[in-house]
Design a protein around this ligand. Sequence first.
Ligand SMILES: [Zn+2]
Length: 501
Amino acid sequence: MAMEKRSLLTSLTVVLVFGGGLVTRAGRIPPPSKKPAFEVLPAALVDRAEAIRERAPTESKAYDFLHDLTSEIGPRFSGSANDRRAVEWAQRKLKQLGFSNVRAEEVTVARWHRGEATGEIVSPVQRWVQPLALGGSVATPSGGIEAEVLEVAGLEELAKLERAAVAGKIVFLNHRMRRSRDGTGYREAAPNRRHGAARAAELGAAAALIRSVATSTTPEAHTGMTHYEEGVPRIPAAALSNPDADLLEEQFGGGKTVRFRIELTCRDLPNGTSANVIGEIPGQERPEEIVLLAAHLDSWDVGTGTLDDGIGCAIITDVARLIGELKPPPRRTIRVFLAANEEFGLAGALTYAKKYASDVKLHVAAMEADFGAGRVWGMRSRVADEALPAVRDLGRLLAPLGIEYLGNYASGGADLLPLLRYRIPLFEFPQDATKYFDAYHSANDTLDKVDRDDLSQIVAAYAVVTLVAAEFEDGFGRAPKFNGQWPYPFDRLFEGKDLPR
Ligand SMILES: [Zn+2]
């Protein structure tokens, strides 16, 4: 039923485009009275960018790539047998699609085995729940840990508690993530997952439970990395689905004492190998200059890694392929970088930065796709001031897709983070994240969450900017120095990692 409505909407959209106005999910955008005036982009380049923007919806093969990756490989936890199969698969796929210089560059990765998880509200009312270990968690002793539960709203409340109030208990960080288009709800909630176990352990807790960093209402819990810290005991850490967290929350009614038992059998494995997969569309005039498109090939072990981040791999591969089929081919090289180990340490990003640091001056632009399947609603840049007129022109090219230029403060994605210090010009495309956190990092991260119409809008957006970055003679200069205010504290991961200056 929903599908029928969707295709009706699609046909309606097409009719209205030709009827002189564009209907987007955000509403009606009046047709421009005439072509917008471009400040610096040459007319021929504007024509090519408009052409690829219009072709993307009919010629995109991103959905097929994503279908094949998720059905032929499925989940791709870093360093697992499936991850290694994905590395082989991706190289074959890039070659089939006509990429050059296809290669796998080895990355040493930490590995971890999930094992089994059991959870039980012991009292006041016995109920079984389905916890999911957070990535990297240690196991409980065999037979599990049974203890009184201490419920806190989040890290702030936990920080105010004395050791005596926490020691020996299972700390339950019960922050309910807010649904938001721009992902701000995630930024509020995610620190509980990353730091909850370490902060609770500092106060002597026996284990940490979190309400999933997710907006879903289904029984699946959502995983994600928990960060243990030097000198702090490693305690078991797991997430509960929203319905299970509700169940636990209700037990406290009337000030009752709540006891919980949790058993986890996860464990660390010895380091293993994975690889960054790279493929290129060689530039015809300046092959040494690179437009870098990044996404990560690894995923969590639950679900099929569709939204996180199979779709990013599909988007950037398709964008490069579409541009590679243009006549004449692009002036600069477009490099697709399918990163290893984004979910479990960012070793792929770090390996890339170390390997190519001497070439970073030749990276003329970089962008990453890792925010699910929602439509792109904005574009941010991080370019030299002199290049802002060209970026405003990009905004004009993106406007018919319902995309607004937001400003010159992009910070890139996680796989570009170690490159930030090299001041590579960046572009980023905030996507509608309203539904993303219903599925990501869970068994529900599957292909049915992807709308083909939305996917081709994303491809069109990346294609326009990639083409201009590959073609625009003047380029975007060097990005302004990064002030360190990345939305996630990943930058600390790179301290002491010997990245070249
Ligand atoms: Zn991701």
